[in-house]
Design a protein around this ligand. Sequence first.
Ligand code: COA
Length: 169
Amino acid sequence: MIILETERLLLRYLVPQDIPLLINLWTDPDVTRFMGGPRDVETLQKNLKKTAQNPSAEQFDLWPLIERSSGNLIGNCGLLAKEVGGVTEYEVIYVLAKNAWGNGYASEIGRALGTYAYHVRGINRLVALVQPENTASERVAQKMGMRLEKEIVRPEGGIRRLYAMYLPH
Ligand SMILES: CC(C)(COP(=O)(O)OP(=O)(O)OC[C@H]1O[C@@H](n2cnc3c(N)ncnc32)[C@H](O)[C@@H]1OP(=O)(O)O)[C@@H](O)C(=O)NCCC(=O)NCCS
């Protein structure tokens, strides 16, 4: 069930009870402000139910983030494979519920995902694609040890700052 653990957090595979909490997260306008806005509830429900049937099916995915002290689900984080300029990159994704912001949690899980990416998945370069206005996300990438390489234009036209780091770090 558990994918990785840190001092204060753990990532584990999805269980059906997580679904309402993940729907709250992905429909929150503040959380999704720099991530394309609130998602459609029906689509979320359909996709999450499908994931719950075989939660470890995907090698690269977003997983429920749990605060160990409370046992609460506080986010959705993980690794996704993405085409960037014709190259497959591995992106670290951190999405936390508002009441969990400001505790250093994203940086903590981001660093652990870097270690996991290298040791478990054999990845030696990790990126973060950050919307220029998303200062908190950019700061997390910097705190993980990522460097700004360039600004890119995504296929849908959005501008992203490409942060990257080589592993092991
Ligand atoms: C981005 C996000 C994951 C950060 O989570 P977090 O656990 O609060 O992050 P951390 O506490 O590890 O670090 C945040 C850093 O950004 C800084 N920060 C936060 N908000 C900021 C702001 N508006 N302006 C400038 N810096 C800011 C914090 O001070 C901290 O830096 P510091 O440790 O040097 O003080 C969280 O805000 C979030 O989930 N946002 C919505 C989803 C999202 O946009 N995710 C990123 C796209 S993948």
